[in-house]
Structure formats: structure tokens, C-alpha cells
Write a protein that binds this ligand. Structure first.
Ligand SMILES: Nc1ncnc2c1ncn2[C@@H]1O[C@H](COP(=O)(O)OP(=O)(O)OP(=O)(O)O)[C@@H](O)[C@H]1O
Ligand SMILES: [Mg+2]
Length: 506
């Protein structure tokens, strides 16, 4: 701040006319002696009588010279001395503001965070304009707006991930033509999964998976699995389940060979007959192929490798009897617009959840091969089971096929820092073209999100301070937008809790 008194803009011309003029002007400029043109000479350069005459002439209203400093518009800086002392500086100090905040004043920028096609996601927190996006719509546009329909939703506990997923990836898309949703529901809400009420509202019954033999069963040799990606897919699935069962120990080359042999032999034996199940495959794990030109030592090694996988799978089938040991239950189908795989009865840790998710992932692709024409949103609550571990190989291998089949996979996770940068799961994360980032409490998690999705560095602080229901939304290479997810009263009731639904129903 300067101690000098300051003028407001526009007051200067009046003051310059009233103040005593500089008496040290000794030489009258030549221009001041020429009629008409003398009006353009600064009063500072005029001798006092001439300046006085000029002012009086203007005030009399006669059509005479009009000095430019009496006209509205940019003011003449008549005195270099006053300019030096800050007389012409703005009287008020500007308000501090970030470029991002000021974007709201630029309608060219705020007008187009998204188009209006697809599903309403919420509203732009700054401009209050509607944010609309639907991966299926954006993927099918000409030209394509995104190259992958997969979606990632990150956020700390209670930040609003599931509410967004239920509303924007289940309820709203299901009102569109030829759409359906499949949900892997993990979080228990009383004695069932948190999507149970939503499913009931839409007329479907969740498939309950339990570890005590009373629930639904999935067969890892289901014909839909071989239909999805052939022998290669079937072998990949078995070695992935074995890896999950062995606490993330990958199959060696010998074990992979033993698995391949067991799969081929089992499928040949059961061709044209009943559906093969894991119990049918186990005896062939450890069997050594006759036609291979192997030394006795190599045969023994192959036999041991097969046995090692057999013991791991046997242990899994016994531990979760009724879950994986037998033909797929008849009610596992896509008879409704919404299919919920309720995994809330399975333990939070251990192999059951990732095993069911991996088998279900491949089962679905095979099932959709014979049921084209729909676009399917597949939601994985606690999606890290698929992205951060052996199951990521199954997802990665099926990405191309799932695009061809019209699947948009939605992964919900707390954070991404655990996903190793050189893992198949990280590739899955990088390939997703739609991202919702809810609040991240830890700076390293916020920094990870900013780095991985190429967000504005200033977004790191925003991510750490988001309210529930608020998130940063980014699709394709468009800049991220701070979105407030808005739900109708009915949507809020249906996506929240039992009690709320009961109130709405009353
Ligand atoms: N759009 C919203 N507007 C206002 N409040 C919301 C909104 N979305 C969620 N909430 C509030 O946040 C709570 C938690 O939401 P939600 O269950 O979706 O969080 P979450 O991130 O899935 O949590 P978790 O990690 O435990 O699964 C809701 O019960 C609700 O009170
Ligand atoms: Mg949740």
C-alpha cells in the first residue's frame, strides 16, 4: 500500500483541469499556437493563461476545440510526474483467484465440459451446468469419444462411490434401450448385499454365494467359459484360480503344461456328454501324456507339477464346498435387466471372492456371445480383487472380447497405490477412459490419482477435500471436472439403506 492519496479512474481528467498547472513550463510548444490543433496539446505544456482560455472555451459550449482529455474513454496521462507517483494506478486491489476459478467467467470454457448425450452424471460444481456421460453412448459415437468403455471409481470409505455406481451405472442406464447390468456385490447390508433392495425394486432376485454349501454354484468348466475364449481362455482361468488358491503363487511352465493336458483330456472325455466339473478334471492333473517324448525324470517332474496344482484346487473345492464343485446353478442366467451376484456372505479375505469374480467374468463373456444386441454394465464392488492380483490377467485377456460384446466394466476401489506399475492390473487402470475420483484421505493416494490420470496438479488438494457425493470426473483426454452427484429423492432412498426404502414404500 502507498501512503499517497489515490484518485479513482475517470476522476483524473477533472482533477487535471482544476489543479494548478506547472509554472515551470518555460517554452510554449509550437502546436499550442496553431488554432484547432492547439486543442491536442496537454494543459501541462501550456502557459497558465492559455490553459485557462482553453478550459473556458470548452465550458462555454461553443463549437470550438474539444480537448481529448475532456472526452470519455481512455484518459490521457498528462503528467509523467503523477504517473510516477502512482496517481493513475487502480484504486482497488484485485481479488486473488485461480485460473480454474476464473474459468467460470469464460462461457466458452464452462459451456462444454460434456455434451448432453447419455446419462446425467451430476452438475459441474463451478458453473452448475449439467454433466452428462455414458460410456456406451460415448464409445458408439462417430467419431468415438472414448476408446474403452471401462470405468474406474476411486474413493475412501463412505465417499459416495456405490451411490454413484447404483444411480449412474445401474438405475439410469437401465431406462435406456437394450441395456442391462450385472453387479458383483460384496458389501453386506444386514444379512445380504447392499444391492439387494435395488434388485427387488427392479424385479430381480440376487444370486447368493456362500461358503457353507447353501448358496449358488459356479462351475469353472462351464461350457460358457470355453465359448468365451476357447481352450486358451479355459486354461488361463484354471491357472488363475490355482494361483489365487495358492496365495498368489503363479504356475511354473511345468504346471502350466500339466493344466493344459488336464483341460484337453477332460473336455475330450466329456464331449457330447454331460457338462464336466472340477471333480472330473482333478484326476488328470498329474497324469503324464503318453505321446510326449520325455525322459523318466521329466515325466516325474511333470507328474509332480500336476499334483501340486491338483492339491491346491482340491483344497479350494473342499474349503468352499457347494460354491465351485459342481455344475453351475440353474438360476445363474441373465433373465432380468439387473443380475446381482451377492458375494457378501463370502469371507473378505481369502480366495473365494477373486475366484468367483474371475469365473463369473469369463462365464459372462461366453453367455453374451449367444445373446447379442444388449449393452451390459458389469460392476465390481471391491474391484481390487480383480485389478490388484492374479485375476487381472483374466480381465486383461478378455478386454478386446468384452468391447466386441458390448460390455462396460466398472471397477470400484478405495485407492490405486497398491497396484504395481508393471502388473496387468495397472494396464487395465490405464486403459479405462472414464474415471470418477472421490475423496482420497492420504496425500500419496491423491498424488497417485493425479499422476495416473494426468490431472491438473492443483487437483491433488481438491481430491483430498471432496465432500461425500462430490468427485472429479474425467473422460477421454478432456480436462477433469469437479462434479456434484445429484440424486432424486427416490434414487437417494433406493441407493442408500433399507430404512430409507421402507419409508419411500410407505
Ligand atoms: N450424491 C450424494 N449426495 C449426498 N450424499 C451422498 C451422496 N452420495 C453418497 N452420499 C452419502 O455418503 C454415504 C456413503 O455413500 P456410499 O455408500 O456410496 O459410499 P462408498 O464410497 O461406497 O463407501 P464404502 O467405501 O464404504 O463402500 C451415503 O450413505 C450418503 O449419506
Ligand atoms: Mg460402497
Amino acid at each position: 500500500m502507498t501512503s499517497e492519496p489515490r484518485t479513482r479512474r475517470g476522476e483524473h481528467s477533472k482533477r487535471s483541469g482544476d489543479r494548478p498547472l506547472d509554472t515551470k513550463v518555460s517554452k510554449t510548444p509550437l502546436l499550442a499556437k496553431i488554432p484547432v490543433l492547439k486543442a491536442f496539446v496537454s494543459p501541462d505544456s501550456l502557459p497558465i493563461p492559455a490553459a485557462q482560455e482553453q478550459r473556458e472555451t470548452t465550458q462555454s459550449g461553443r463549437p470550438v476545440d474539444v480537448p481529448p482529455w475532456t472526452l470519455p474513454g481512455t484518459q490521457l496521462r498528462a503528467s509523467a510526474r503523477h504517473a510516477r507517483r502512482g496517481w493513475y494506478a487502480p484504486a482497488a486491489t484485485g481479488a486473488p483467484s485461480t485460473t480454474r476459478q476464473v474459468e467460470v467467467l469464460n462461457t466458452a470454457i464452462v459451456a462444454a465440459p460434456t455434451g448432453t448425450e447419455g446419462v446425467v452424471q451430476g452438475r459441474d460444481n463451478l458453473s452448475r451446468t449439467l454433466i452428462s456421460h455414458d460410456p456406451a453412448t460415448a464409445y458408439n459415437m462417430q467419431p468415438r469419444q472414448i476408446t474403452s468403455p471401462n470405468v474406474l471409481i476411486f474413493g475412501t470409505v463412505g465417499s459416495g462411490k456405490s451411490s454413484l455406481a447404483k444411480t449412474n451405472y445401474v438405475l439410469r442406464p437401465l431406462t435406456l434401450y437394450h441395456r442391462r447390468a450385472v453387479v458383483y456385490d460384496k458389501k453386506a447390508d444386514e444379512d445380504h448385499g447392499e444391492y439387494t433392495d435395488l434388485a427387488h425394486q427392479l424385479g430381480s432376485t440376487p444370486l447368493m454365494f456362500t461358503g457353507d454349501g447353501t448358496g449358488t454354484r459356479l462351475n469353472m468348466l462351464d461350457p460358457n467359459i470355453i465359448r468365451a475364449q476357447g481352450l486358451q481362455g479355459q486354461t488361463l482361468l484354471l491357472s488363475t484360480v490355482a494361483q489365487i488358491a495358492r496365495n498368489d503363487t503363479p504356475a511354473t511352465e511345468w504346471e502350466a503344461k500339466a493344466i493344459r493336458h488336464a483341460v484337453v483330456t477332460t473336455l475330450q472325455r466329456f464331449q457330447g456328454g454331460r457338462v464336466a466339473t472340477p471333480a472330473d478334471l482333478l484326476p488328470y492333473l498329474g497324469e503324464v501324456p503318453n505321446d510326449d517324448d520325455l525322459s523318466p525324470e521329466s515325466k516325474e517332474r511333470l507328474h509332480q507339477a500336476g499334483l501340486s496344482v491338483r492339491f491346491a484346487l482340491e483344497g479350494l473345492l473342499q474349503e468352499y464346498s457347494g460354491l465351485l464343485d459342481g455344475e453351475t446353478s440353474k438360476d445363474v442366467d441373465l433373465g432380468h435387466k439387473l443380475t446381482v451376484f451377492d458375494l457378501s456372505g463370502l469371507p473378505d479375505t481369502g480366495p473365494a471372492v477373486p475366484a468367483v469374480m474371475s469365473i463369473g467374468n469369463m462365464w459372462l463373456m461366453g453367455r453374451l456371445r449367444s445373446d447379442r444386441g444388449y449393452f451390459t454394465n458389469v460392476l465390481y464392488e471391491e474391484g481390487w480383487h480383480l485389478v490388484d492380483g492374479p485375476a487381472a490377467r483374466v480381465v486383461k485377456a478378455g478386454e478386446k472380447l468384452s468391447r466386441a460384446l458390448g460390455i462396460s466394466t466398472v471397477f470400484l476401489m478405495h485407492k490405486g497405490t497398491d497396484i504395481p506399475a508393471d502388473s496387468p492390473g495397472y494396464t487395465v487402470v490405464q486403459e479405462a477412459q472414464t474415471v470418477h475420483i472421490f475423496r482420497q484421505d492420504r496425500p500419496e493416494d491423491a498424488a497417485w490419482a493425479v499422476r495416473t490420470f494426468n490431472l491438473d496438479p492443483a487437483s491433488e488438494e481438491i481430491v483430498m477435500n471432496l465432500q461425500p457425493g462430490h468427485h472429479l470426473f474425467k473422460y477421454g483426454s478432456n480436462p477433469e471436472v469437479h462434479v456434484q452427484h445429484i440424486r432424486s429423492r427416490w434414487e437417494a432412498a433406493v441407493t442408500n439403506t433399507d430404512g430409507a426404502i421402507a419409508q419411500v414404500a410407505r
